[in-house]
Design a protein around this ligand. Sequence first.
Ligand code: ADP
Ligand code: MG
Length: 696
Amino acid sequence: MTLETSIEFLKGIGPERAKFIKNVLGITTVEDFLTFYPLRYIDKSKIYKIGDLRAEPEAEIQLKGKISDIQEVAYGKGQKRLTAKFRDDTGTLDLVWFRYSKWMKEQIPLNLPIFIFGKINDFNGIFSMAHPEIEVDEKKALSGTLLPIYPGSEKLSKRGLNNKFFQTVLAEITRNLPNLVEENLSDSLIKKLKLIGRITSLYNIHFPKDLHHFEHAEKRVKFEEAFFFQLGYGLKKQHHKTSAVGNPFPKVGDHFNNFYKHCIPFELTNAQKRVLKEIRTDMKKPIQMNRLLQGDVGSGKTMVALLSMLIALDNGFQSCMMAPTEILAQQHFASVQELLENTEIKVRLLTGSTKTSERKIIHEELLSGELSILIGTHAVLEDIVQFKNLGLAIIDEQHRFGVAQRARLWAKNKIPPHILVMTATPIPRTLAMSFYSDLDVSVIDELPVGRKPIITAHRREKDRLTIFRFAKEEIEKGRQIYFVYPLIEESETLDYKNLLENFDHILEFYEGYNVTMLHGRMKPAEKEAAMQYFASGKAHIMVATTVIEVGVNVPNASVMIIESAERFGLSQLHQLRGRVGRGAEQSYCILVTSDKLSSDSRTRMKTMVDTNDGFKISEVDMQLRGPGDILGTQQSGVVDFKKLNLVTDGNIIKVAKASVEHLLKNDPNLEHPENFQLRTYYAKQYKGKNKWSRIS
Ligand code: ADP
Ligand code: MG
């Protein structure tokens, strides 16, 4: 038997079953089976009490007591079953045998202290156990190992592929472990981290003697997953740093300095300064920058982006900045243009709705080098958009763009441009450590001074009148208000109708004020006009769907009312809330929900009320939804670990990451003899798998 052996050749499988197992579980080789880990274990070392039993389907437990009242009961067409009572000092349980022999019946020890083991059935609160395993010897009953329970299904059981089957197969495979696998971590690492050996861990993850042995096995298995995952990213990052040529930007010149001295209307925060320095250090090198800029909403990423583009310009290079929506691109354009008002620097906007004549000018100016900064949507990716010398590409709101799209930016210059990816969606640290392992990460963890934290409240629909009145008072103080309504794709028409109805209510209540509306069905020009109407301060109220979610910047808006807030996810709520609190005034976010809320919804509302910290919110979000959902389906495969849990195994991930960094620092090419096993394993395991090259 080797790891590559097809399961067809294992005892008790054969071609038919092998095919079936492959279809249902995707298992084809011995190796696949080895990492088909138990879902849970039954602890036979534990004795339950009848009085403590709860309705818990599938629970297999051990009880200690005495059997009595054994009798044969006739039922159906001449069929018989055997029943008995089982008592401990807390209660009584029915035992039943549907199949039994006379011999077996006589073997059942009556009125003796014994142990029974089996699955508890709950019939209307009456517990029973069918076909219990009986053990008289206390030592045997209690010295049992933890019994592995494999993830099975009815489909499998029907074919006789039940838990017993999996136990038998795995028992055979694990017996051969010493011939099957080799250690894949270095001795020093194992020693340093007090890990158990690989063979022991694989044996004990299937058949642990007790909880202690299981925990050590699990720790080792999880560490291995985290370690080799990080190693993949680490090697890729290292490769990038040594072989991805980029244009060095050695100097900071007049464009940057003049702007910095004369045009910035505020002092940069320390975090902005630090991040800028990190970017500057990267761009100085003749290596392509590949950096992620994380910063909560309103932390001032745009300014960092602009300053970076000015450094590119000082070195004779063009820049482009790409946003996921037309509105956002327009806003970036408007704010950058305003900031650059007193300079000679040329900026243009390119989106899907840019007129042909304007496009022509853009194309020409890009090629001649006259245009220094291009801001736009994915329209900038089109092949016809060519630069004279693109030196820096900035992508705002990273999670909306696919990898393939980003890769197209690279191709726009002979030497690929430096890449700065900006995201306002903070993600949990464990996720960032895994998901962004091949990017350098900069974090703006500080908001500009003078920002007042947004006050968030959770209200019910019946409070609506009070909320409306409150908003009116704010308008009278000169503020502007957002009303946001959810939009769910499946019932877009309904939602749209709902939005219009609400719009009418608002018009009625706020008679005499200007109300504007923004939703996904509007044409780009209409959207822009509506946005403009609100941004200019002419409209007091903006009624919108989540179109406004990302990036919209109207500092005078101070109240965000989110209707049916329970229909939004946490990160979405946080993004929406980020549309207020952008000016000097106290801002408010009011989450309106119905009375009946699921416990998850309650947690979401409470989290929003309790904190403004996007990173904290993302942690809760991950606990509620799991890591896959946070990254989106497109990327969920990336966090597809067998044992490792990104929600709870933060420490293991941290240690694995540090271990990989240490390893690559001391032995970048994995050439030391002590890393031989590690290198061999990695090469074998990951050859041809391109999972690691997901991020540009
Ligand atoms: P985000 O990080 O969400 O993209 P923006 O770049 O839109 O944030 O900045 C939010 C607001 O804060 C803008 O109005 C911007 O001009 C302002 N701003 C940025 N940096 C500072 C700063 N250091 N001090 C004061 N205001 C700032
Ligand atoms: Mg922004």
